[in-house]
Design a protein around this ligand. Sequence first.
Ligand code: GDP
Length: 426
Amino acid sequence: MFTQSNRTVVVVGAQWGDEGKGKLVDVLAERADWVVRYQGGANAGHTVDLGEHSFVLHQIPSGILHQGVRCAIGNGVVLDPETLFTEIDELVADGIDVEGRLYVSDRAHLVTPYHKLLDAESSHSQSLGTTGRGIGPAYEDKIARRGIRVLDLRDPARLRELVTRNAERANAQLAAFGTTKRADADHIYELLGRLSDRLLPLADDVGLMVYRAQKNGAAVLLEGAQGSLLDVDHGTYPFVTSSSTTSGGAATGVGIPPTSIDAVLGVVKAYTTRVGTGPLPTEMDEPMGERVRALGNEFGATTGRPRRCGGFDAVVVRYATRVNGLTDVAVTKLDVLDTLDRIAVCTGYEYDGDLHTEFPGDITTVDKVTPRYEWLEGWLKPTGGARRLEDLPSAARAYVDRLQELIETRITYVSVGTRRDQIIGL
Ligand code: GDP
């Protein structure tokens, strides 16, 4: 992805998340100088399998696993400082050097204990199937212009005022939910004060740092969390996350010019999954769904929740191609389909007596559609050892070719296993 002219590259999920972005970022980070997370929070989980050891990263960019790569958490992220330090400590315990190469935007908003309480106790959050990590309430505060940013930790008087006001507000909301749980402003103020000793040394103007790096010709990778169909504007609203997961969010979430983005890599599974509630047009009936879930180990990295499984949906990926301006696509988990004798790919949606190939904005329409499937031959051979396109069984190659045709975008990578080396770069 990085060439003389492609210096800033965004990696986005082009389905409902969990596409394997962590693995692609890890692979691409080998050639990167900077890796920056631009949205989401500790609700995301990227799994990177290095063979001898597997890492699950929630807030720190996957690039941290490469020595010499600088990593940053952008202003578009809502940062949970407590879990950030747990993550840093675990990496250090595993021999990963984090010191001096991890930065946090001082404009990023903080997730505090009252956000988690609100998320856990709210029936609205429960109906949306959130992870309960306080992400939605923290973004609510940000948009309502009452949030606490990392830079507020530099001013104890201001911090105390913000915490007191916000805890009071949260407690009124908790009372309205009918729960007896309450946020303790003094406790939260003390906690943030303690955490700031470790957090403030990492805090900086990340937008400026990355901009300067770009000017000096650095290779910059911008890493998204979740997927395009969970984007607050472009996803299956209201069953979405609270941030801009698509490539437009990368510019605002890091603080760099949109015009400085040279390429956008969309990561898609060779099939489709979704965690939580909300529409999934190609959802497989049981026992097929269960079989793919087991083959693909489709359980959430953050919550362990089973993921719903479906066939590849070309309508969804073509839509994601458009809203992200994808220049390239990486297809992951091809190996998961190795034992299926035939594979369904959705090429369009039937509703109101017509065939539609554009993704509808209204989820009641999405709920009504009948996917039109094309059946492709399975290959019934292991693909995990393939390192070149020519190594793939011909039916697997035909499958990849057909996906490329349907999504009208170049497939640049095919991933055939969890390990770093199990990838075909085309
Ligand atoms: P992310 O949030 O998009 O990074 O995705 P997750 O980490 O939640 O889920 C991806 C999972 O799929 C991880 O457990 C990866 O190790 C695994 N994975 C990634 N690529 C492949 C692949 O090509 N084949 C298989 N079998 N697993 C993969």
